[in-house]
Ligand binder design. Structure first.
Ligand code: NAD
Ligand code: HSO
Ligand code: ZN
Length: 426
């Protein structure tokens, strides 16, 4: 963990380093992924089975999980977990339904009819990670917006290390209404979704988080299919005054650190005493945290505390860092929130821990990381929609706007363009 102070002489140099620091896996997986993709493209199911046996120690007879398998395993999900999944789904659906956009249609002053229609993608693949941990919450966050958008075919892949699967994942699939599920993961699952195999029909877009192999595979199949953003290691930035309970803030910082050794937690505060209290609280929690190995590595290597003289100074710093999650733990959080330009998702006040957003706040938890919040947004219903525009001129409308089109076509040296308009004006 590093402590920076805006009054330090070398603050701007240190802050620049913090902003530009790359935390992604340094191992180059692109060669391995390229080989896996090429193999699956040629050998289909046989290649997928081969990699599933090698990387997940799972000798699948069939890649597809049968209705009976899904039902039998889903019933093993504890009742309280199922109830929580259903509660989460209701809240996620309620928020995402409000995102459905309106079509546009109007006739302009010269009689041209114009329109823009939103159309759902036909078939999408959702990748649910399952290597080190299982993520039923990510299944809901990926599948429910697709359902709301109106996607007809939602295909899910989830790895099953040693042939095992967390029943909560299959219960979440039932809650979200996902029925076409394959027990595969990694680059081989992305290849199967993008190119298709004997048993998996290809999709048009692949969404969902995953490890370095999954992320690289998504990068390499982009173009053959669409993808969402590449969601890397988690990040949290907490802006907190000294009126906060240091324990609460320590738990918030560690909630994202425990995801990945490359996760990043940052605290911006105007009180040095409070900063020291948070550091102590983090160390105390880490001593007993079951996920301490991962969380400690993240805290030691990537955490930062920035001391400012006034919390208003946090805004330009925050906008440069463009973090995945921001917590504003102050009395009047809206004042700061209004000035945020670059962040994935913002959590306001002392009673909105980011973990609520990870599970059931309503907004999506698949968010831009590694400063991509400068230009990207979290997963939403829009990721599963396309736009098609419409235009209709009648004879009179074409007379009015056609001449200028002919002039522009001639200026571009494209006589067939000019001709296709002028023949209709004669
Ligand atoms: N941003 C989000 O919304 C969000 C949500 C949940 C999880 N995550 C992140 O997703 C990631 C999940 O990673 P994971 O590993 O647990 O599961 P995963 O499902 O992404 O990866 C498991 C797969 O990786 C492949 N693999 C493993 N080692 C390999 C090797 N040596 N060569 C080739 N392929 C190999 C295997 O095929 C295996 O099936 C974590 O980084 C987690 O933080 C992000
Ligand atoms: N915080 C993660 C996204 O950065 C999402 C998640 C899933 N489960 C718990 N958390
Ligand atoms: Zn989380």
């Amino acid at each position: 963990m590093q402590l920076l102070q805006t009054t330090d002489k070398d603050f701007s140099v240190k802050f620049k380093t913090l902003v530009s620091d790359r935390r992604e896996v340094t191992v180059d997986v692109s060669g391995t992924v390229r080989e896996i993709l090429a193999d699956v493209k040629v050998r289909g199911d046989a290649a997928v089975k081969n990699y599933t046996s090698r990387f997940d120690r799972n000798n699948l007879q069939s890649l597809h999980l049968s209705e009976t398998f899904i039902a039998e395993h889903a019933t093993q999900c504890p009742a309280d977990v199922l109830a929580a999944l259903e509660f989460a789904a209701e809240r996620i659906v309620a928020f995402h339904e409000k995102q459905l956009p309106q079509d546009i249609g109007y006739t302009d002053t010269v009689g041209v009819k114009l329109g823009l229609n939103w159309v759902a993608l036909s078939q999408v693949g959702i990748y649910v990670p399952g290597g080190r941990a299982s993520y039923p919450s990510s299944l809901l966050m990926n599948a429910l917006p697709a359902k709301i958008a109106g996607v007809e075919r939602i295909v899910m892949t989830v790895p099953m290390p040693n042939g095992e699967i967390n029943p909560a994942v299959l219960a979440a699939a039932q809650v979200a209404g996902v029925t076409e599920i394959y027990g595969i993961g990694g680059a081989q699952a992305i290849a199967a979704l993008a190119y298709g195999t004997e048993s998996i029909a290809p999709v048009d877009k692949i969404v969902g988080p995953g490890n370095a192999y999954v992320a690289e595979a998504k990068r390499q199949v982009f173009g053959t299919v669409g993808i969402d953003s590449i969601a890397g290691p988690s990040e949290i930035l907490v802006v907190a005054d000294s009126q906060n309970n240091p324990d609460w803030i320590a738990w918030d910082l560690l909630s994202q650190a425990e995801h990945d050794p490359s996760a990043q937690s940052i605290l911006i505060t105007d009180s040095e005493i409070f900063a020291q209290q948070v550091i102590k609280a983090v160390e105390k929690i880490l001593a007993d945290l079951p996920t301490t190995e991962v969380a400690s590595a993240s805290w030691q290597n990537y955490a930062a505390i920035i001391l400012v003289s006034d919390l208003a100074q946090s805004i330009p710093l925050l906008n440069q860092l463009a973090p995945e999650h921001v917590e504003l733990c102050t009395d009047n959080p809206q004042l700061l929130a209004n000035q945020i330009k670059c962040a994935g998702s913002v959590f306001l006040g002392r009673y909105t821990p980011e973990a609520i957003g990870d599970y059931l706040g309503g907004p999506n938890h698949v968010l831009p990381t590694a400063r991509s919040a400068r230009f990207a947004s979290g997963l939403s219903v829009y990721d599963f929609l396309k736009r098609i525009t419409y235009l209709e001129c009648d004879k009179q409308a074409l007379q009015t706007i056609g001449k200028a089109a002919i002039t522009l076509a001639e200026a571009e040296g494209l006589p067939a363009h000019a001709g296709s308009v002028s023949v209709r004006l004669q």
